[in-house]
Write a protein that binds this ligand. Structure first.
Ligand code: SF4
Length: 422
């Protein structure tokens, strides 16, 4: 048995003993076991990560099971035990609610800060030398595995993550072997520049979903998603002509159509162009972190009604085009807590540190070398409103909330008219 498996076995053993003690309401034994375990595991980072926060995680997992089985006696006994160990309920109930909400444990890794394009609406500083090495990626994968969830997701982000293609292949294969039969999936957010047919074929053999950014017509791409190479037409290097090869290899994908004020009068034409190239699942990401003036808001509202007509005509013809936003929970501004590991192993509450350096230190949750468990980063620290404040400057957040209101009210209207069931 290698060291890694040995650690897992020891943690399993300890976990089961703590389980029994907690079920019996024997908090003294549970805490004593935990103390011995911490001492035992302290010499290895892997061991520290596996044992970190074990009592809270075990209690939450039992409470989750009791809630699902509606075993009120067990639930009430566990609540008492949790209060004995974790303190007053108000200190941990918000975290417990978060724990209940998680189905799939997710982790984002920023493989590189470099990119082949310079989108006019992107404020991520592009820099050479900010690339994740194999050791950091290994440690990030260990962090995701430590969640103990049966369902897992590793997301590759940047910059442009496909520029680090070897790391993507390495990360996918490593995580698949480390998850020991659990349900793992991968997501790559890409501009499609480096999506060759050979790479699509390789991705088709793995549980990967692609989020591919496209802006639409050539003039949208070439002007707003500029290539870093002077004179190069970014449209020609985009994934606009790759629907067939993605279908051929069965690679799950959706298009991120960035809608921003500079193309607001043409965004429905851009959308239709994407659809006409054979893409069926499209998500509109209206540009955050830029100011939308009154005329842009009005043009957005007008365009959305045109888009509604376009979708209904296409649906009537039997086309399975799906606008992903129509099925989502309505939020004015999207600020998710999504544990994100930067190239150097720093861990953040979301990816806003990439485009808002002034908030980076407040968004920072720690470093991989600290040996904490995935749940520590998921449950503790800023969430919701606090995260929104850190992710957007106040005037921009207020302005962007108005764009969100226009979009949400259109989605509600579309829903009220009935939607196809693809
Ligand atoms: S492709 Fe992505 S990372 Fe690159 S410039 Fe555009 S938005 Fe920024």
């Amino acid at each position: 048995m290698n060291d890694s498996n040995d650690i897992i076995e020891r943690v399993r053993h300890l976990s089961s003993a703590i389980d029994q003690a907690l079920k019996a309401g024997d908090t003294d034994t549970a805490l004593a076991l935990m103390e011995t375990g911490q001492h035992d595991m302290s010499k290895s980072l892997r061991g520290q990560r596996e044992i970190d926060d074990l009592i809270r995680r075990t209690l939450f997992s039992h409470l989750d099971a009791a809630r699902r089985s509606t075993d009120h006696t067990a639930e009430s006994r566990l609540l008492t035990t949790a209060t004995d160990i974790l303190g007053p309920k108000e200190n941990w109930l918000p975290q417990l609610k978060q724990y209940f909400m998680e189905d799939r444990a997710r982790l984002v890794v920023v493989l590189t800060w470099q990119c082949e394009t310079r989108c006019t609406y992107c404020t991520i500083p592009k820099q050479d030398g900010r690339e994740m090495d194999a050791h950091t990626l290994d440690s990030a994968i260990e962090l995701l595995m430590s969640s103990g969830r049966e369902k897992l997701e590793l997301r590759f982000f940047g910059g442009e993550p496909m520029m680090a293609w070897e790391q993507i292949q390495y990360g996918i294969e490593k995580a698949q072997s480390a998850c020991q039969g659990r349900d793992i999936q991968f997501m790559i957010t890409t501009n499609g520049y480096a999506l060759t047919p050979e790479r699509v074929a390789w991705l088709g053999q793995h549980p990967v979903q692609l989020q591919i950014a496209l802006d639409g017509l050539p003039e949208a791409h070439n002007v707003h998603r500029k290539s870093v190479v002077p004179g190069e037409q970014s449209y020609e290097h985009s994934a606009i002509d790759k629907a067939a090869v993605l279908h051929e290899h069965g690679v799950s994908h959706e298009i991120i159509h960035v809608v921003h004020p500079a193309r607001i009068n043409e965004f429905v034409d851009d959308f239709e162009h994407i659809v006409d190239q054979g893409f069926e699942r499209i998500q509109i990401n209206w540009a955050h972190n830029v100011i939308w003036h009154e005329k842009h808001l009005q043009a957005f509202a007008d365009g959305l009604h045109k888009l509604g007509d376009l979708l209904r005509k296409r649906w009537a013809k039997g086309e399975s085009i799906w606008l992903v936003n129509l099925g989502e929970t309505l939020l004015k501004i999207r600020t998710f807590r999504e544990i994100t590991v930067d190239h150097d192993g720093q861990i953040y509450a979301n990816n806003a540190f990439l485009y808002r350096p002034s908030s980076a230190s407040d968004l920072c949750l720690g470093h991989l070398d600290e040996g904490h468990n995935w749940w520590r980063y998921r449950l503790d620290g800023a969430d919701g409103e606090a995260l929104k404040k850190l992710s957007f400057a106040a005037p921009v957040a207020e302005n962007n909330a108005r764009v969100g209101t226009v979009f949400s009210s259109w989605i509600r209207w579309m829903q009220s008219q009935g939607l196809p069931d693809f």
